[in-house]
Write a protein that binds this ligand. Structure first.
Ligand code: ZN
Length: 139
């Protein structure tokens, strides 16, 4: 637990950016409020750990399984042309994987996704409905 990390504290800055969908085996899945890449989610490890190589083999496997499970759910619902996976966090050493559906006629096809385009937002009701739909497709 790191008090300066919003994934640990789950404080307002986190809530401003994303909506919790559910917990999986070793992570929590969030729906990004910014939905330029329709279906974009974030799979956040439940412990404050910075790197894949810091995880035990069992936790590493479980985390990647949570990532694949989430990507599969997004793929079923949105049928993107490709899903991009992104783990950056230079300034926030808490392992999380961006699950970013990409579309041939959509933003940044063939290029790196933009972290926060600040273009497309849904209503609170739409976030709840979409989060429910994704949760249904998670194994
Ligand atoms: Zn943290």
């Amino acid at each position: 637990m790191d008090e300066s990390c919003f994934y640990c504290t789950k404080n307002k800055p986190l809530g401003d950016l994303m909506v919790e969908i559910c917990k999986l085996s070793v992570s929590t899945v969030y729906l990004f409020k910014e939905q330029t890449y329709a279906g974009r989610c974030n799979v956040v490890l439940n412990s404050h750990t910075g790197n894949l190589f810091d995880l035990s083999p069992n936790n590493l496997h479980a985390f990647i399984d949570d990532v694949a499970n989430t990507a599969n759910a997004i793929n079923i619902i949105f049928s993107p042309d490709k899903i991009n996976y992104g783990a950056y966090s230079d300034k926030m050493q808490h392992l999380h994987m961006h699950i970013v559906p990409k579309y041939k006629d959509g933003q940044n096809w063939g290029d790196t996704f933009e972290m926060n385009p600040q273009k497309t937002y849904l209503s609170d009701d739409e976030y709840i409905k979409l989060a429910g739909k994704i949760k249904e497709k998670l194994k």
